[in-house]
Each structure stands twice: as C-alpha cells, then as structure tokens.
Design a protein around this ligand. Structure first.
Ligand code: FA5
Length: 345
C-alpha cells in the first residue's frame, strides 16, 4: 500500500507541473485533494490494513496530503501573479502620446503628371496610355522616320534583344510618347483630342537637364480646320495655368519629321530669371516641349484624309516643369530616391 501512496505522490506532482490555468488547477485539486479524491480514498481504506502497516501508510499519506496542499497553494499564487502581469501588459494608457504613422506621398513627377492631365482634361482632352516596349513601326516608321532615316539619330534608342528570323530587331523602349498618336489615330476617327502621359527611355549621357529615363506627356488634336493658332493658344493657356500669367513662353522653329511646321517651346528659366545659369545652359530659357502640325504623310498612313482634316501635336518633358517651378537645379535628383529631396513635395 505504501507503494500506492508513493506512485500517487509522483503522479500528482507531475500533473501539477503541467497545469497552466486556474481551471486546470481546480480540476487537479478535486482529483487529488477533494472529498472523493485519490488521497482520501487511500486514507479511507486504511481501516482494512494491519495495524503496523496502517501506521506507516497513514503517516506517509498525511505527509503527502500536507505537501500537496502546499504545492497547490504555491501554484495558485504563481498563476494569479502571471494573470495580473499579463493583464497589466494589455492595459492601454490613453494619456500617452500616440505613435506617429509615417504617411506616404505621391512622387513629384506623379503630382505634376496629374496636374497636367487635369489642365488638359478641363480643355476637353481625353487621357490615354500606350506601351513602353514599342515596335519600331510605331516609334519611327509610322512617324515618318523609315529605317536609315537620319532623324532617327535624334532619339538615342535602347533596342530589345528580340530578333526576327531575318535578324532584325524591331522592338525597343519607346524614345518618346509620340507612338501613342499613331495607335490612337489607327483606332479612332476625328475629332480626336487626347493626351498620353508615360515613361520614355533614351540611351544618352545624363546631366543636369537630361535623364536616360524620364516622363513625357503627348498631346494630339485632329479635326477639320485645326491651325497653328490653335496649337499656340492651347499651349499658352496651358503654360499660363501651370506657371502663372507672368511666365514668358518662347516659340521657335524646330524640326521633327512627323510635324510640318515644327516648333520648340521654351519657358524663361526660373532659377536665373533669364540671366543664364548652369540649369538653362546660360541661355535663360528651358525647352519644355516639341510640337507642330501633324504631317500630312502621318495622317495618310492612318487613313485620315489630310485634305479634309488637320491636327496639332506636342510632346513635353514632365520633369522640366517642377524644375522650372521650384528652381530645382538637377533632374537626376528625381530618381535618386533620396527621401530628403522627395519629402519636400
Ligand atoms: C520629342 O520627343 C518629340 N516626340 C516631341 C514632339 C511631339 C514633337 C509631337 C512634335 C510633335 P524631344 O526629343 O525634343 O521631342 O523631347 C521632348 C521634350 O522631352 C523636350 O522638350 C524635353 O523637355 C524633354 N526631354 C528630352 N530629352 C530629355 C532627357 N534626356 N531628359 C529629360 N527630359 C528630356
């Protein structure tokens, strides 16, 4: 019988060690120390045991009862202490200052693209997009620049590895947003009034005003009786709304194979106010866009009759606008991802 008491002692202590909650502890107490518990059963059955053994077993059982009661009390106070501590951890002190959640913001280029889109939308232009990986056909050929045309040199091109069976590489990263003009005119009949924002890529050395990846916004209007005066009026109004009424705009002749006549539009440099500085290359002006009347050949290729319809198109460099507006002296700051710069917008 003494063995039975020892077995009970080790079983009870093993189980107590595994108890992790107040409920489990109560179940343990009922099972070992309760009125119908294992230990009481042993004490009750002592009457049938010979006197000598009864003394021995009785003393050991009483000793076990006391030590189980002590172990129970200790476990109980430890569990209560754990509970109080975990409750204390969960308590919220509403008087503590809140944690600042860092707020993101739109990249300055995205902000300007949205602003440009808003201005042209209010003039009735629709916003469309085109692919950045483009076919030679849309980037050059359909824009009046057949293979080997010297004007292709104006656009230092990044070609894709993809080769046709005859060894040609007709895919490229678009060098301007002008291919979107062709894609739109192929699909829709005049009247057309669209702008197309997006990234463009050029294989050229970077400097304060040139990046190898930058944004352009293309504009195209095709209808009956569209003239150069409509182009000038639209671009003047745009510059006035974006830069304020006192900004100066300069129109000069320029050459692009897909327009005739072609113009280049520049705005007076905001950093030096026309005096000449590093940003404007000492000219006092910063060119922001190329434009012109859509070439009759381009219209013919997309099956729009140039004797009935005419149109104007323009393509502007987006980054040059915040450069002018905020007097930023280097375009490369836009894509260095330095938060000290980006967080200022
Ligand atoms: C063109 O890309 C023509 N597609 C524009 C055009 C459209 C002309 C429709 C006529 C009709 P250009 O290469 O000049 O033109 O680029 C247009 C504008 O993009 C420039 O005025 C300039 O603001 C910007 N730009 C050109 N190269 C860079 C560069 N490397 N980094 C940043 N901006 C640039």
């Amino acid at each position: 019988m003494l063995n039975q008491v020892e077995e009970l002692a080790s079983k009870a202590l093993d189980e107590l060690a595994k108890v992790t909650s107040v409920d489990q502890l109560e179940a343990w107490r009922i099972s070992y120390l309760g009125r119908k518990g294992s230990l009481i059963q042993i004490l009750r059955s002592l009457s049938s045991v010979p006197l000598e053994e009864r003394r021995l077993v009785g003393a050991r059982a009483n000793q076990l009862k006391t030590s189980l009661e002590i172990a129970f009390d200790e476990k109980k106070s430890r569990l209560e202490q754990d509970l109080t501590q975990s409750l204390a951890k969960e308590t919220i002190d509403v008087t503590l200052p809140g944690q600042l959640v860092p707020l993101g913001r739109l990249h300055p280029t995205t902000q300007i693209v949205q602003e440009i889109c808003d201005i042209f939308s209010s003039m009735g232009f629709q916003i469309v997009e085109g692919p950045e990986v483009e076919w030679d056909y849309y980037n050059f050929e359909a824009l009046n620049m057949p293979a080997d045309h010297p004007a292709r040199d104006m656009f230092a091109t990044l070609w894709m590895d993809f080769e046709t069976k005859t060894g040609e590489r007709p895919m490229l990263l678009r060098t301007h947003t002008s291919p979107v003009q062709i894609r739109v005119m192929e699909k829709s009949a005049p009247p057309i009034r669209i702008i197309a924002p997006g990234r463009v890529y050029r294989y050229e050395a970077t400097d304060a005003t040139h990046e190898w990846m930058f944004y352009q916004v293309e504009g195209l209007a095709v209808d009956k009786n569209i003239s150069l005066a409509d182009l000038k009026g639209t671009l003047f109004e745009f510059a006035r709304r974006l830069f304020g009424a006192d900004r100066k705009c300069r129109f000069r002749c320029d050459y692009f194979p897909f327009v005739e006549p072609g113009v280049e539009v520049a705005i007076d440099c905001m950093v030096c106010h026309g005096e000449g500085c590093r940003l404007c290359g000492n000219t006092g002006w910063i060119e922001i866009l190329g434009a012109g009347m859509v070439h009759p050949e381009v219209l013919r290729r997309v099956k729009i009759d140039p004797d009935v319809y005419s149109g104007f198109a323009f393509g502007m460099g987006v980054e040059r606008i915040p450069i002018l507006r905020y007097g930023i002296d280097d375009i490369r700051l836009f894509y260095n991802n330095d938060l000290r710069f980006l967080q200022q917008f």
